[in-house]
Design a protein around this ligand. Structure first.
Ligand code: GLU
Length: 285
């Protein structure tokens, strides 16, 4: 039986696509299966870093690679009200707290701690504002100090109870939402953060298989908890290997030398770039 899944490729238009994105997009298309739905979503919520010229280049490069997606292209900035509504649900259920810390303040706090909690991507938020005296918190709110909204992950996990999610290759996984600590759900600038937005998006778009790089594996654990708190059924997840450069380092957006643009300008064909992108990763997701 042909697979008929709904998948989405969701790049953030903060740079040109490189070989890693090409691999990810092709992987995503394959995961939908021959009769499946392959959606394209521009994760453009971070308006400070996203640029219209990168959006145009992404669409152009993907079409050049031979990918065809269902129209219309979706974009996160069309759905801010839905994210805000989801955040309000979490706030009302008491699993979110205001965080007044600056990046610098957090770094200083971590440096002061004898053993700061760490996750797969480095030090976690040390929980400074979770432990804030309620009077002090009220004073800061009344004074109009800017704040982010963070998930109280321990409390949320307690309410969510034991959770599992399905990895397409490895099967049932126990959710470990604590891996990333008290993540930001609402940013100081007003938009919701990555985690909450994609959980709402993938549900809203009816995505049945979420494909993404292994660098986002820890995020899936927190997404599972957010789904439980919001009463959302989880999709299946496929985490693909990352495309590495010659030195074994993961390609970053600024890797201009391996941007699809650069290969196009150098005269490579779409088939050649697809082969380069597909040949690089080891293992399968
Ligand atoms: N927009 C995210 C990124 O560019 C991917 C979304 C996801 O797979 O969760 O990294």
């Amino acid at each position: 039986m042909p697979t008929t899944e709904t998948t989405r490729f969701a790049p953030s238009p903060t740079g040109f696509l490189h070989l890693g994105h090409a691999y990810s997009a092709l992987f995503c298309r394959d995961a939908a299966g021959p009769g499946g739905r392959f959606l394209l979503r521009l994760d453009d919520i971070d308006t400070e870093r996203c640029r219209p010229e990168f959006e145009a280049a992404i669409l152009d490069d993907l079409a050049w690679l031979g990918l065809a997606w269902e129209q219309p292209v979706d974009r996160q900035t069309w759905h801010l009200a839905e994210y805000a509504a989801a955040l309000a649900v979490l706030e009302a259920s008491g699993v979110v707290y205001p965080c007044f810390c600056s990046r610098k303040g957090i770094a200083a706090e971590i440096a002061r701690m004898p053993s700061a909690p760490h996750g797969p991507d480095g030090a976690l938020y040390p929980g400074t504002c979770r432990a804030l005296d309620p009077g002090e918190r009220a004073d800061r709110l009344a004074a109009g100090l800017p704040y982010a909204l963070r998930l109280d992950v321990a409390e949320a996990a307690r309410r969510g109870g034991p959770l599992t999610w399905t990895d397409h290759a490895a099967g049932r996984q126990t959710a470990r939402p604590e891996l990333l600590g008290d993540v930001v759900l609402g940013r100081k600038e007003g938009q919701t953060g990555y985690h909450l937005s994609v959980v709402v998006d993938d549900y809203r778009q009816g995505v049945t298989v979420v494909t993404r790089g292994r660098d986002l594996l820890a995020s899936t654990h927190i997404h599972r908890l957010l789904q439980a708190l919001l009463g959302i059924d989880p999709p299946v997840y496929r985490h693909h290997p990352l495309v590495l450069d010659g030195a074994g380092i993961r390609l970053a957006k600024r890797a201009d030398s391996v941007s699809i643009r650069a290969f196009r300008e150098a005269g490579l064909s779409p088939a050649e770039v697809r082969a380069l992108a597909g040949a690089a990763p080891k293992g399968s997701g």
